[in-house]
Write a protein that binds this ligand. Structure first.
Ligand code: AMP
Ligand code: ZN
Ligand code: FE
Ligand code: FE
Length: 297
């Protein structure tokens, strides 16, 4: 593998809460000078085929993945799953539960917004979410913007949609450890997304917590992410080295939906990417499942 490849392993399209179609995202990645892109929409593989077709045409290397909403010791953990067989029945079933939780939350959020004097119809949300498979708070935020209640997604989250605000509603997330097992049985590799999140605090994902997950087959951790300050990145890098975990870096790009997350703003070292692919290949061989190929131009 060339040592100067630019690799971004965490991005979203309109299939979840990004603002670009998978095709637009692939083209934007090429234009941004990336060589390798992973599409990791929330809780769904629905964008994979379109992204794969665009990647073939564009000459971009594409890794098919997803970012799964999980729960671990009373906190939300985002699990990046790379190259699992998306037809593995236990995975399909587990993702469907998460998607059902997303769908049933929307009316509950709208009821709270109405009580707060900001009525929105479900069709207002559908108008902005289009045919997204994974509907989320960012879509409600976009509907609030379209109605003129708020300026942008940030204001919608800060004033209305985040925990502690009037229209916050929790939703179902899949228990982390069984979900990791399911992803691995599906022939995929698991990476914890932004493990120290916005707080830059380890919580249950401290060195000991990550060591337990490594023992359960975790392949890597996303170290270079915009939510991590430099000190957090250095500490996470040291933990990864200690535990022999793959270190990834990525943009968590959401198109125009999230500022400060431009494609390629963080990248993954080619040697780390190669190790991640090895982990996925090992899981795929053990599973006997048909897993997606990495598209290599
Ligand atoms: P949900 O999946 O519906 O629980 O919403 C969480 C999603 O909202 C994640 O993808 C976050 O990236 C996104 N998000 C969180 N805070 C903000 C914000 N202030 N502006 C835009 N997107 C956000
Ligand atoms: Zn998102
Ligand atoms: Fe995330
Ligand atoms: Fe994300």
């Amino acid at each position: 593998m060339r040592a100067d490849l630019r690799i971004d392993l965490h991005t979203h399209s309109r299939v979840s809460d990004g603002t670009q179609s998978p095709t637009e995202l692939v083209h934007a990645a090429r234009a941004a000078g990336l060589d390798v892109l992973a599409l990791t929409d929330h809780d769904t593989a629905d964008g994979w085929d379109e992204a794969a077709a665009a990647a073939y045409d564009t000459g971009l290397e594409l890794v098919r993945g997803m970012e799964i909403s999980t729960r671990h010791r009373d906190r939300d953990v985002h699990l990046l799953a790379y190259l699992p067989d998306p037809t593995y029945p236990p995975l399909v079933e587990a993702l469907q539960k998460v998607l059902d939780g997303r769908n049933s939350r929307v009316p509950a959020i709208l009821a709270r917004l109405a009580a707060h004097g900001m009525p929105l119809a479900i069709d207002d949300v559908r108008a902005v979410s289009g045919d997204a498979a994974a509907v989320g708070r960012p879509h409600v935020a976009d509907a609030l913007v379209a109605r003129g209640y708020v300026r942008d997604r940030d204001q919608a989250f800060d004033e209305l949609l985040r925990p502690g605000r009037p229209a916050f509603v929790a939703r179902y997330s899949a228990p982390l450890e069984p979900m990791m097992r399911t992803v691995i049985e599906a022939g995929g590799a698991c990476v914890i997304a932004h493990p120290w999140g916005r707080s830059n605090k380890p919580g249950s994902l401290d060195a000991a917590g990550l060591a337990e997950l490594a023992g359960l087959g975790l392949a890597g951790i996303e170290v270079d992410h915009q939510d991590h300050r430099p000190e957090a990145r250095e500490q996470l890098r040291a933990i990864a080295r200690e535990l022999d975990l793959v270190v990834t870096g990525s943009s968590d790009h959401h198109g125009a939906g999230k500022t400060g997350h431009d494609l390629g703003c963080n990248t993954t070292a080619p040697a780390e990417f190669a190790r991640l692919l090895e982990r996925a290949a090992t899981a795929a061989a053990a599973s006997g499942r048909t897993t997606p190929e990495v598209i290599t131009p």
